[in-house]
Design a protein around this ligand. Structure first.
Ligand code: SF4
Length: 649
């Protein structure tokens, strides 16, 4: 393997942000390559600034580099200017550590966190000089893997990725490495790619799409089944049972240039049981597994000392639910985790006064903004989506925020939700208007920013059967909101591009036929589709038409109750019965409580995996549950169905 640096360096003068391509971060490992190690290239298919902080990628990077039989380097998607320069100069995709050609690695492993990066995945495989379609690769090419949340419906990328990994990566990455090491130990002329793929399929949690037959009757998907006994009929996600055994990353990367989330990040728990029906992350990462508070503190202490950061984020899907949150915040703010003044950020807040009190305690230095996510504009809508925040919860949280010195509060909402009526959409404007009024009681010029995203139904959630709103309908709803918000001084409305929302839906729930569409968009130059300046709906529409597909058939249509879904052969641990029953509850606006504090609904995440929630304190957190307010008291069990192995009664 030869460093490409002499060819890369002359290109850097002519491109924006050359620091994206040079590596050299504190915490990086520059591995020595040897014949007895499996060489992994970990790839985030977006720019360096977006990809570098990704915790999943950094965890695998460290775990692989700790193994004597493996090594790992990283790369990110070169921005358009750099890609043009590379292609013109004949420079392939390269790693940022040793600047080695991507095609010389044994593995190219992608992190898939968002669907709109799919065309970038194809582009990066191509830029590496590797055939884009798996069927065209030989034993001399790297094996292409992918992990991350999008793998819970990987069918749109099935033609391009050799194997997908479902669930937590900490344990499975070693098992995959063992398979690869065994295969690489055979003489090169005796290596058969088919044998490698079968070996990978034997690892629990690994899905090898080329080993499965996909059947259609006309335009209707009728089944996905193994072609060989080497492939399981259903691939079940991997779940680590004890986060305490995995205190990673130990050496978080400190970039040389500006990136998002540029601070120390410490994961306090994984999984979520709030039961928000729109939230794929909450569904597919169950059960809850908390990190012991003492370990959180020691990771913060060691991380701050090593990196020099003065800010730490306690990460999870709902950090205020961490059972030791108050003690942890007190320890950090009180100087127990370092001798300098440290700010703490909680990226995901509950909507209640307790949360604001905590935020106030930690944000003594930086009171720039506070964000709450009621998601729905009316209580009915929030019951449908199971985001049980009452108006009183929101108003008292906003009042607490403004009275504690905050001047700007951001509210996140979704539009295009199931059963949504115009009154629910207009309810967003009304909630925001009342929050501005509350702010005026405390300050002259308070600002409320209402940020509105279009809802995309995701696989492995109760809303997976829902026909997404059309782009025109989403635009109409945005216009309703614009008209309602315009007269309110101090209220600023932001919205996400409805066309991009619709294409995200296309890639989220598409089946294997979507691969040809993605390939057409990529060949038409459609990369960086998650960037508004690059997104181009016309490319997607043309590709759909050329493949005989339509937005109507993939995104806008409700799924039938007994319809085969493109991800039915992949399991996030959730029973289909549970998801269907929860979908029916949603349609009837029936809410369910957090199963940490109520009896189990037998969704399957714990019961089938033999794992329980790992919560330090088995009582509801201070401040009560998530604003169940007028209808539910803390600890009350709401009327829900009881799910048994035999079905629902
Ligand atoms: S199995 Fe029960 S306790 Fe576990 S996440 Fe599902 S509903 Fe909650």
């Amino acid at each position: 393997m030869v460093s490409l640096w002499p060819s890369i360096e002359p290109l850097l003068d002519g491109v924006a942000k050359p620091a994206r391509y040079i590596g050299g971060e504190q915490g990086a490992t520059v591995p020595l390559h040897g014949d007895d190690q499996v060489a992994w290239l970990l790839i985030y298919p977006d720019t360096y600034e977006i990809g570098l902080p990704n915790q999943g990628l950094q965890i695998l990077y460290e775990l692989l580099n700790e193994r004597p039989d493996a090594l790992a380097e990283r790369t990110y998607a070169p921005w358009i200017d750099m890609e043009s320069a590379m292609r013109a100069a004949g420079v392939p995709l390269f790693s940022v550590e040793n600047h080695l050609a991507a095609g010389d690695f044994d593995v190219m492993a992608f992190n898939l966190s968002a669907e709109l990066v799919y065309t970038n995945v194809l582009n990066l495989i191509d830029l590496a000089g590797v055939p884009v379609r798996g069927a065209d690769r030989t034993s001399s090419h790297p094996v292409v893997l992918a992990g991350g949340h999008c793998t819970f419906n990987p069918e749109p990328l099935a033609d391009f990725v050799d194997a997908f990994v479902l669930g937590d990566g900490e344990e499975v990455v070693g098992e995959i490495n063992d398979v690869l090491a065994g295969w690489l130990a055979t003489e090169p002329e005796l290596r058969e790619r088919a044998a490698l793929l079968e070996g990978l399929a034997s690892v629990e949690g690994v899905y090898v799409p080329s080993l499965y037959r996909v059947d259609f009757e006309g335009q209707v998907l009728t089944g996905i089944s193994p072609k060989t006994p080497a492939a399981p009929a259903q691939v079940v996600k991997r779940t680590i049972s004890d986060l305490a055994e995995w205190p990673y990353p130990k050496n978080q990367l400190v970039p040389l240039t500006e990136v998002v989330h540029d601070r120390l990040n410490v994961e306090v728990f994984r999984g979520c049981t709030r039961g928000c029906r729109f939230c794929q992350a909450g569904m597919i990462t169950r059960p809850v597994r908390e990190r012991p508070a003492a370990q959180v503190r020691s990771m913060i202490r060691a991380g701050l000392e090593r990196t020099g950061y003065d800010e730490v984020a306690l990460t999870s899907l709902s950090t205020a639910d961490f059972s030791s949150i108050e003690d942890t915040v007190r320890a950090v703010v009180g100087g127990e985790c370092g001798d300098q003044q440290v700010s703490v950020s909680l990226p995901s807040l509950r909507v209640d006064a307790f949360t604001v009190a905590t935020a106030t305690q930690i944000a003594h230095a930086r009171r720039t903004g506070l964000t709450f996510a009621p998601e729905g504009g009316t209580w009915r809508m929030r019951r449908v989506i199971n985001k049980l925040i009452t108006e009183e919860d929101l108003y008292s949280a906003v009042d607490a925020a403004f009275s504690n010195g905050w001047r700007r509060v951001k509210l996140y909402f979704l539009i295009g939700l199931p059963t949504e009526r115009d009154e629910d959409v207009l309810g967003i404007a009304e909630l925001a208007r009342r929050c501005v009024e509350i702010g005026r009681r405390h300050h002259r010029g308070p600002t409320i920013v209402a940020s509105v995203g279009g809802f995309v139904p995701k696989p492995q959630t109760p809303f997976q059967w829902f026909g997404q709103d059309t782009a025109a309908e989403l635009r109409r709803k945005v216009n309703l909101l614009k008209d309602a918000c315009r007269p309110v001084r101090g209220l600023s409305l932001r919205w996400h591009d409805p066309e991009a929302t619709v294409v995200e839906g296309l890639a989220s729930r598409g089946d294997r036929r979507m691969g040809a569409v993605i390939e057409r968009v990529w060949r038409a130059g459609g990369t960086f589709q998650e960037w508004s300046e690059c997104f181009d709906l016309s490319k997607w529409e043309a590709a759909l038409e050329a493949e005989g597909l339509s937005l109507e058939s993939v995104t806008y249509r409700d799924r039938e109750p007994d319809e085969v879904l493109a991800w039915d052969h992949l399991s996030a641990g959730l029973h289909r019965d549970f998801l269907w029953s929860d979908w029916q509850d949603a349609l009837a606006a029936v809410a369910v409580e957090d199963c940490r504090w109520t009896p189990c609904y037998d969704c399957g995440a714990c019961t089938d995996a033999g794992i329980e929630h790992v919560v330090a304190s088995n009582v509801p957190p201070a401040g009560g549950s998530q604003g169940t307010g007028q209808d539910l008291a803390v600890g009350d069990r709401v009327p829900v169905r009881f799910v048994t192995a035999a079905g629902v009664r």
